[in-house]
Design a protein around this ligand. Structure first.
Ligand SMILES: CC(C)(COP(=O)(O)OP(=O)(O)OC[C@H]1O[C@@H](n2cnc3c(N)ncnc32)[C@H](O)[C@@H]1OP(=O)(O)O)[C@@H](O)C(=O)NCCC(=O)NCCS
Length: 379
């Protein structure tokens, strides 16, 4: 029989449905998308290939990839009224709120008419998210109204050009691509589960994705990469990092970028992004942020047996790419949209409304007394 603390235990370890998309921490293979190891994909494919893989179940041939990229390229620009809405959002807004509003507003302009349009809705969001983020950011922070179409062939390169106004180096485009691959899909994590619950009511794609963005926003989920950056930027040296982290642990504070709800000894995405962080540090000529990050990793493992999750070395990596910290989690959105949308489609393929029950821990049954007879209770 189920016990009363299931909700308090965060439903850990319980299966909440089936998926063909992804394994997390199962039988030796750390993380796979449609049967492919994430490290293999990060080494040998591009983000557009991974998006195609998730949406279709198979990697594309060259001609399939070419047509898919042409399709996405044509969907990149955002409507004028969406630009007007983005211009109204203040500079001090949380960028995840901007993404949530951008997604929701696009759903007003171009609603998913019926489920036969689900693929188009997903591709439209995939193609426009970089512009939604950068249009707001550059307008509110720099007073610049950017052209949302670039000639960059990849979405990663497109994002970096929208952000910086110039074509990024090949290495930086590749790092962006790898990062988008690593964040693309992760089974029944909190935001994906929200997307599936919403889909199970037969709601539309934009509502499912809007709910998922709101869920990813929290620092225990996607917000950890930003929180990590805030933390490591306060450490002045590897020694300082260890001293300050020891104090944080004494105060029982959570250290962002460490630990995982499913993985027990390592996160397979960490080794990949850590290697890129190192390369970028060397390219930069100043490795201090990388060195501090490595010291944090060593300290946490030695003192708590806690390991870096995907977010930890993403912080230094994005910092070396010159990306403002507040945009870290929105980049996660640009990537995870692929996983969310595919889960929505998978849920719709074999749907029954998701409606678990709860173990009741409240008052025994009672009757409503006349208001004049009620005694004031200590609340
Ligand atoms: C990811 C996370 C939410 C998983 O939570 P969880 O499944 O409850 O974690 P666990 O069951 O493995 O926790 C085991 C113990 O380690 C502690 N712990 C886990 N992650 C920790 C961290 N980052 N810093 C300090 N202590 C941590 C927990 O508090 C718990 O201690 P307790 O038994 O004394 O309560 C959690 O590790 C966390 O908050 N990490 C920081 C946020 C983060 O990086 N999120 C991104 C995830 S990809």
């Amino acid at each position: 029989m189920m016990t009363g603390n299931i909700g308090g235990a965060g439903l850990r370890g319980q299966s909440a449905g089936e998926t063909k998309l992804c394994t997390v921490g199962q039988s030796g293979s750390g993380l796979t998308y449609c049967g492919y190891d994430v490290a293999d994909l990060a080494e040998n494919s591009t983000f557009e290939e991974v998006a195609y893989l998730l949406f279709n179940g198979e990697l594309p041939t060259q001609s399939q990839l070419d047509s898919y990229k042409v399709e996405l390229f044509a969907l990149r620009d955002i409507p004028g009224s969406l630009k007007s809405v983005l211009k109204l959002i203040p500079a001090d807004a949380h960028p995840m709120d901007v993404m949530r509003t951008g997604c929701s507003f696009l759903g007003n302009l171009e609603p998913e008419q019926d489920f036969s349009h689900q693929r188009h809705a997903a591709n439209r969001l995939l193609a426009t998210f970089p512009a939604i983020m950068c249009y707001w950011y550059r307008y509110s922070h720099q007073g610049v109204e950017i052209d949302c179409q670039t000639d960059e062939p990849s979405l990663g390169g497109h994002f970096l050009k929208l952000l910086n106004g110039k074509t990024a180096s090949e290495q930086h485009q590749r790092v962006m691509d790898v990062s988008l691959i690593l964040y693309a899909e992760h089974e029944f994590n909190a935001s994906t589960f929200v997307a599936r619950v919403c889909a199970s009511t037969l709601s539309d794609m934009f509502s499912c994705i809007t709910g998922a963005i709101g869920t990813l926003r929290g620092p225990l989920h996607g917000g950890a990469n930003e929180a990590t950056m805030d933390m490591i930027s306060k450490f002045t040296s590897p020694e300082d990092a260890k001293t300050k982290m020891a104090r944080m642990l004494e105060r029982k504070e959570k250290i962002m970028g460490f630990g995982h709800a499913v993985y027990r000894t390592s996160d397979p995405r960490n080794v990949v992004i850590k290697a890129w962080s190192k390369k970028l540090a060397e390219e930069n000529g100043d490795t201090s942020l990388y060195d501090i990050s490595v010291a944090c990793e060593e300290f946490m493992w030695a003192s708590k047996k806690l390991f870096c999750n995907a977010d930890f070395f993403h912080a230094s990596t994005y910092n070396y790419l010159g990306i403002p910290t507040k945009l870290f989690t929105p980049i996660f959105v640009c990537s995870r949209l692929t996983g969310w949308a595919t889960h929505v489609m998978e849920q719709r393929d074999n749907n029954r409304i998701i409606r678990p029950s709860a173990d009741y821990t409240g008052k025994n049954p009672r009757i409503v007394t006349e208001i004049s007879e009620r005694v004031e209770m200590q609340l």
